[in-house]
Design a protein around this ligand. Sequence first.
Ligand SMILES: Nc1ncnc2c1ncn2[C@@H]1O[C@H](COP(=O)(O)OP(=O)(O)O)[C@@H](O)[C@H]1O
Ligand SMILES: [Mg+2]
Length: 245
Amino acid sequence: MNPFLSGLSPEKAPLSPDSPAGPLARPVAGSGILIVFEGMDGSGKSTQARNLKARLDGLAHPSVLTKEPGGTAAGARLREILLDPALPLAPEAELFLFEADRVMHVKTLLLPELRAGKTVLSDRLSDATVAYQSFGGGLSREFVSTLNDAALGGLVPDLTFLLDLPVAEISRRVLERGDGPTRFELLGAAYFERVRAGYLELARIHSSRTVVLDATHDPGQLEEQIWETLCRRFPGRFLPEGMRA
Ligand SMILES: Nc1ncnc2c1ncn2[C@@H]1O[C@H](COP(=O)(O)OP(=O)(O)O)[C@@H](O)[C@H]1O
Ligand SMILES: [Mg+2]
């Protein structure tokens, strides 16, 4: 029994009675697949996730686009706290909020959609927490992994695309977008170098489920690479109904 998930009080959280309360066998009953986009701010995750969603919509393939933090109603509130620069948080408090968001995301969105057979696209999941909070922020790897495992309850992405970009290029894109120089100034390039190294190490450790993309390529090129990878990994899945294997 997963104490984290089973600890939700039924009065406060009237989730479905078969909500997961422990490690799940993959695949989650049903034929859904979970595709995750990871990488630092400005690496192009949202662009690629959106483009893939549009392509799947064009094929009338059932899919859902979501994100962490903030993929659920409670998560959106947690995201406001997490991203509020005027609200400094102790690293452990920040981690718990990310994991609270994840519990809600897994239980109320990811699992039901996967069970319904959808292709679920998530803009970030647990690798980000290891890269940022542990490699970047210095929390122990074991502590972060333990909480990640508890929140995920055994859920593992079927495929993770890591959009890898040199830190200098990240900083340029974020500055261009006009929303983040302060974060860079605050945390410093060394912090982002550690996050990038963390992501790359996770990609090596989880090489069977992770594809590292050179995010300096243009968006159209990356979109094609992603699409070719998906068609190769999940043969027949994205063909129009009636033509599927
Ligand atoms: N492959 C790319 N090459 C150059 N610029 C890109 C590329 N992908 C996205 N961008 C631009 O970089 C910025 C960040 O992209 P976005 O998809 O929002 O990244 P993320 O979601 O990872 O923060 C946006 O201004 C976007 O237009
Ligand atoms: Mg984004």
